[in-house]
Design a protein around this ligand. Structure first.
Ligand code: FDA
Length: 457
């Protein structure tokens, strides 16, 4: 068993943990980052599958993500625009495909009117919210009592308008059914990106990609830390004592490695906190609170073709339908690659359903759904891959975690509070940048700044 002494031990080498470690090192504190997996990056993972470079995890960068954009500049990483020339497509409940441009789906005029009104109403509610303090919204408690599905039903009888507005938050973001999270949680999701309109605008929210893949962010951050990043060391136990009762300390016991430190940052998604034995146990508030947060679930499907055939039909590749198995899909061709790649998403209950099928049947069903957007050629990719984060032991879902009904108002204000020398950081705790790499970086910076302040006191 190797034993190390450091100022700060960081559990988890995702964007949050590695950002924090770099900030702490810059302030002159020594660090050790312990990572369970044999790679850095957590939910950022760029890999080569059957000769195709795929973004198995996060990939898009939007203009509001200032912390991520600063980090990309600092690391010297370049971005490129998602392909967006041509028409988008929408499939309605009857299976009818319609081409369109702009943001609003090609629905009947009355439905369009309702959708625009709902977007305006949601924008107005979001404008009253500080994403870092959603529980302070003037109607926070009432909005946290009602599911997004029920709130939409209160606003309109127009089912297609409801299905489409729900899609922007449920299938596309929180990856939970719209009955499973509150309207306050939905507003936080929108506020974290600046407005609800930003979520409706795919050209905004899915604006840019990183040349070579977004996993380069954690890879390059880890390079700066060199031997202070320890892979394949799952932390099993965190022994701690409170600094207010004298000299605070933490001992992280990982497989084959023990690190003694003054502070710890637990930089993993909250659904995994209970994988660690805290000694003594965490206080009751944390025990309760952490049980009200769970991961969403989505399958990210990658289909690579010898050429981007949809572009010949004047299609951008952007496709939506709350009635399709793959509720959204995009042109995801790599920078400088003449092959064409489509990425589609299968969310929550649809994802559960297709994972009950054989791999062959699942592939067939998903490609069939893509063919409804792009035609029969979509059924025949040269590379096909499903990102299945649900079966990843050290993540257990995708994209990120959110509160159950009522949880955000009840516990949100306590979520980022440290416990003695133990601080918490990950994208799932963020306000601005919530659920995104931007939020992970912001939370890494925040936890580091608190520790630097305490260490200097
Ligand atoms: P993250 O989960 O990445 O890191 C936590 C680390 O802790 C992991 O490396 C894990 O292995 C480790 N760990 C867990 N338990 C441990 C233990 N006991 N001991 C040691 N280590 C432990 N975002 C975005 O901005 N744009 C996008 O396009 C997308 N798209 C997207 C698609 C998919 C499929 C996914 C899964 C996610 C996205 N996201 C995204 C979200 C984004 O990837 C995510 O929010 C951040 O990468 C999370 O970074 P964190 O560091 O907070 O957690």
């Amino acid at each position: 068993m190797v034993e190390l002494n450091r100022d700060v031990v960081i559990v988890g080498a995702g964007a949050a943990g590695l950002t924090a470690a770099n900030e702490l090192r810059k302030a002159g504190l020594s660090v050790a980052v312990l990572e369970a997996r044999d790679r850095v990056g957590g939910r950022l993972w760029t890999d080569v599958i059957d000769g195709a470079i795929l973004e198995i995890g996060g990939q898009w960068v939007s203009p509001d993500q200032e912390a991520l954009i600063e980090t990309l500049a600092d690391l010297g990483l370049e971005t490129y625009e998602r392909y967006r020339e041509g028409d988008s497509v929408y499939v309605d409940e009857a299976g009818k495909l319609t081409r369109f441009t702009g943001e609003i789906f090609p629905v009947p005029p009355a439905t369009e009117k309702v959708m625009v009104e709902l977007i305006d109403k949601l924008d107005a509610l979001v404008a009253q919210m500080d994403p870092d303090r959603p529980w302070e919204h003037p109607d926070a408690e009432a909005l946290d009592r009602i599911s997004f599905e029920a709130w939409l039903a209160e606003q309109t009888d127009d089912q297609e308008a409801r299905d489409n507005i729900a899609l922007f938050i449920a299938g596309a973001m929180l990856t939970k059914p719209a009955h499973a999270f509150s309207t306050l949680q939905a507003l936080l999701m929108a506020a974290s990106a600046g407005s609800f309109s930003h979520l409706v605008d795919a050209d905004f929210i899915l604006d840019k990609r990183v040349v070579g893949g977004l996993q380069q962010v954690p890879v390059l951050l880890a390079e700066r830390l060199g031997e202070d990043v320890h892979l394949g060391h799952a932390v099993r136990t965190l022994e701690w004592s409170d600094p207010s009762s004298g000299s605070g300390s933490v001992t992280a016991v990982a497989d084959g490695l023990t690190v003694r430190a003054r502070f710890a940052i637990v930089a993993l998604a909250p659904n995994l906190y209970s994988r660690i034995s805290f000694v003594p146990a965490l206080p009751r508030l944390q025990h309760q609170m952490h049980q009200h947060i769970s991961m969403g679930f989505v399958i990210k499907v990658h289909a690579v073709y010898d050429r981007p055939f949809w572009r010949d039909q004047g299609l951008s590749g952007t496709a939506f339908s709350p009635y399709e198995l793959s509720h959204e899909a995009y042109d995801n061709s790599n920078h400088g690659d003449e092959r064409g790649t489509l990425v589609g998403f299968v969310s929550d209950r649809n994802a559960d359903d297709v994972f009950r099928l054989s791999a062959e049947e699942r592939k067939e069903r998903i490609l069939e759904s893509l063919s409804h957007y792009y035609g029969p050629e979509a059924k025949d990719p040269i590379v096909y891959y499903e990102s299945d984060w649900g079966s990843e032991e050290w993540t257990r879902g995708a994209y990120a975690a959110s509160f159950d009904l009522g949880g955000l108002h009840r516990y949100g204000a306590d979520l980022r509070e440290p416990v003695g020398p133990i601080h918490f950081a990950c994208s799932d705790l963020a306000g601005a940048g919530y659920q995104h790499v931007d939020g992970a970086i912001r939370m890494g910076r925040l936890a580091a700044s608190h520790i630097i302040e305490e260490a200097r006191a």
